[in-house]
Write a new protein. Structure first.
Length: 130
């Protein structure tokens, strides 16, 4: 298999993952989505973004295995609780918005970097105080 074919496959998978994330973000903001669906999706995002895991990542194999189990499980649970009409409505909206990135998605990386910089500076400040 050629390297270009592998790159094309990964690009298709990344594009599909981006659409699923966009769909879940629409579901969370949908007025008919239950608070439980919102909670499970927020927990999945928080677990993915959190530096803390059930099993630390430095443990060989098992450290990443918990991410491969917990995240899909939370997304699957949320997906099962979404009403079919809300799912169809949000999937249609994702199809219309394909290629358009919301303003917050362009700002999110800068926000994350700035939060980590502030945490690092505060840590240095507290560590260097007499």
């Amino acid at each position: 298999m050629a390297v270009t074919e592998i790159v094309r496959r990964w690009r298709r998978r990344v594009a599909a993952l981006e659409q699923e994330v966009a769909w879940l973000s629409l579901v969370v903001r949908h007025p008919r989505a239950s608070w439980l669906v919102r909670l499970v999706v927020v927990l999945a995002v928080a677990y993915a973004a959190s530096p803390f895991d059930l099993i630390p990542d430095f443990v060989p194999v098992l450290g990443h295995l918990d991410d491969l189990v917990v995240l899909p499980l939370l997304v699957w649970i949320a997906w099962r609780m979404i009403p079919p009409d809300v799912e169809a409505e949000c999937r249609a909206a994702v199809g219309k918005e394909a290629g358009q990135r919301p303003r917050w998605s362009r700002m999110a990386p800068w926000l994350v970097v700035n939060v980590w910089l502030v945490v690092a500076l505060l840590t240095l400040w507290f560590a260097c105080r007499p």
